[in-house]
Design a protein around this ligand. Structure first.
Ligand SMILES: [Fe+2]
Ligand SMILES: [Fe+2]
Length: 407
């Protein structure tokens, strides 16, 4: 799961009415933190070699940082109760379960000595940007692990088949997060995932929003990974760290996760077949695409470092994700309209000005005053992008729905 979703989503702290992912391990009272030290690097490799000294670093909890999610698990139980919901296609879920049980990538994530050697060769600003890439990716994968693990646990009694699929997806995400964290060890760093579980804020989404957001996260994750993999296969001179060689099989996990959410949404046609669903579908598309675009445009050094043009890469990922999403969402954005890209570009420029204000020496009051017109401009660009004529899509007529066409 790639938690590429943050820009226009309010966050809340866990409340007593919100079943907690963090259960007994967390107090869920961390909303007072505006900056969370994500990277505790508390477990340095055991070594006496001074060159392997572990450096401590932290990541700012920004609006665009990968998030952790929680949901209304009681409502989820109702949605997946076969006695209540007659749309649940248990045969389809059984088939998906068999595929997850096959565990195609069981032996895929095996490291070799190339990793450490490649990491040692990465120096200067590119080294730093690689570390950040690994940290953010690990956090996003771990976010999926936490959510799926809890869904697997909570749905066990109501719908054991769906529950087991969630558990197997959490297995995949744990594997992905672990592999990325091992990558960090090549740079003498480690994400303290236990600390992250307790310390990060959880964003609450109602189940239907979890479906939209997670489906998009999985599919956008698939397109990001496969695009990077294909690019580096064709341009091996940019293959500066071996983790990208694993992306081909890895992204198939994300694709399967997305397909599972597609099946889940088909089982909840009320989330797909009315005007509200169309508005929400467009909203989530916009939020996910803009978040990714703004994030990546702040990290062009990473994409240039592996020989990609950041904006071209992002537009390709957005267009492909949108085409995939159009198979199930009732409406999507017209991202292939050149005006959409122009709007994204204007958002990048506004975001750069906002970042510059944040980094300036002014007192907070002056900073906030300077931010007002920019935030207004950003909101107006977002609204204009949202209101662009959409593309009607999806399988509104469920009777004629052909799963083979979708998959
Ligand atoms: Fe993943
Ligand atoms: Fe995933």
């Amino acid at each position: 799961m790639a938690a590429e979703m943050a820009l226009v989503i309010p966050t809340i702290k866990c409340s007593s009415s919100t079943p907690k992912l963090c259960d007994s391990r967390a107090t869920c009272s961390f909303s007072k933190f505006t900056i969370v030290k994500m990277t505790a690097t508390s477990q340095p490799p055991k070594t006496t070699n001074p060159t392997k000294k572990v450096s401590k670093k932290a990541i700012k909890e920004t609006l665009l940082a990968p998030r952790f999610y929680t949901t209304d698990f009681d409502e989820m139980e109702t949605l997946f109760n076969t006695k209540i919901n007659k749309n649940l296609n248990q045969a389809e879920f059984e088939a998906l379960l068999q595929e997850f049980k096959t565990d195609y990538n069981q032996t895929h994530f095996v490291r070799n000595k190339e990793f450490k050697e490649a990491a040692d060769k990465l120096q200067g600003p590119l080294r730093q940007i690689f570390v950040e890439f690994l940290e953010r990716s690990c956090t996003a994968e771990f976010s999926g692990f936490l959510l799926y693990k809890e869904l697997g646990r909570r749905l066990k009694k109501t719908n054991p088949v769906v529950a087991e699929i969630f558990s197997l997806m959490s297995r995949d995400e744990a594997r992905h997060a672990g592999f990325l964290n091992k990558g960090l060890s090549d740079f003498n760093l480690a994400l303290d995932l236990g600390f992250l579980t307790k310390a990060r804020k959880y964003t609450f989404f109602k189940p239907k929003f979890i479906f939209y957001a997670t489906y998009l996260s999985e599919k956008i994750g698939y397109w990001r990974y496969i695009t990077i993999y294909r690019h580096l296969k064709n341009n091996p001179e940019y293959q500066c760290y071996p983790i990208f060689k694993y992306f081909e099989n890895w992204c198939q996990d994300e694709n399967r996760h997305g397909d599972f959410f597609s099946a889940l949404m088909k089982a909840q046609p009320q989330f797909l077949n009315d005007w509200k669903a169309k508005l929400w579908a467009r909203f989530f598309c916009l939020s996910v695409y803009v978040t990714m675009y703004l994030n990546d445009c702040q990290r062009t050094a990473f994409y240039e470092g592996i020989g990609l043009d950041t904006k071209e890469f992002d537009m390709h990922v957005i267009i492909e994700t949108n085409r995939t999403t159009a198979r199930i969402f009732p409406a999507v954005l017209d991202v292939e309209n050149p005006e959409f890209k122009r709007k994204l570009q204007r958002m990048v420029e506004i975001n750069q000005k906002l970042i510059a204000i944040g980094e300036a020496e002014d007192i907070p009051l002056v900073k906030n005053l300077k931010r007002i017109p920019l935030i207004t401009a950003m909101a107006s660009e977002l609204l204009a992008a949202y209101l662009m004529p959409p593309i009607e899509s999806g399988s509104v007529d469920f009777d004629e729905y052909d799963p083979q066409f979708v998959y």
